[in-house]
Design a protein around this ligand. Structure first.
Ligand SMILES: [Zn+2]
Length: 188
């Protein structure tokens, strides 16, 4: 093959490959955590691009900004390709999201939300955000472990603030109670 044609073919292959990565990363970004009303797109070469819903009330907007700021750092640190590849597997996505959710906790603790309730709510949100959206499977217990690992201060505060149960009382909190806590947290 003449050298000029070979160079053009190489250029086409490289361009196509980069286009594919861009499309995949952009799609990935759009699919991530819509419940937070924010997203971070991690582009090859251009880096992170953050979108936050401007109609959010101040408290939710502050949470979304804190959360997305972590994804910006992850994008800059890993680069678009590694960021995308990490998110393909459920364990990798869980760590990236746990770190981002952890960044919200100082705000929420400052608003007076009890640490154990906040920890449990973030576990639920991570389960909704991560499970079924990446390859692999994680249990609630694994989510709790990863959140404790990536957010040790919250985990310690949660353990300290968890009320001791009366002897023989091991029943989980009713689901509707958890939902009420979540609603309460979102309107503050
Ligand atoms: Zn996120």
């Amino acid at each position: 093959m003449p050298r000029a044609i070979s160079a053009r073919v190489s250029l086409l292959v490289i361009t196509g490959f980069l286009g594919l990565i861009t499309a995949a990363v952009v799609t990935e970004g759009r699919r991530s955590h819509p419940e937070l009303d924010g997203s971070t797109l991690c582009y090859p070469f251009f880096g992170p691009a953050v979108q936050i819903d401007g109609s959010l009330p101040d408290s939710l907007r502050a949470l979304a900004i804190a959360h997305e700021a972590v994804h910006v750092q992850q994008c800059l640190r890993l680069g678009a390709l590694a960021d995308f590849v990490t998110r393909v597997g459920v364990r990798g996505r869980l760590h990236l999201e746990a770190q981002a959710y952890c960044a919200q906790t100082d705000l929420e603790l400052g608003w007076g939300i009890r640490a154990d309730r906040l920890f449990d709510r973030l576990v639920d949100e991570l389960d909704e955000t991560v499970s079924g959206r990446s390859f692999g499977h994680v249990t609630i217990e694994q989510i709790r472990l990863v959140l404790s690992e990536d957010c040790p201060r919250l985990a310690a505060l949660a353990t300290a603030s968890r009320p001791s149960r009366p002897a023989g009382f091991t029943k989980e909190e009713p689901q509707e109670h958890r939902a009420a806590q979540r609603n309460q947290a979102q309107v503050q």
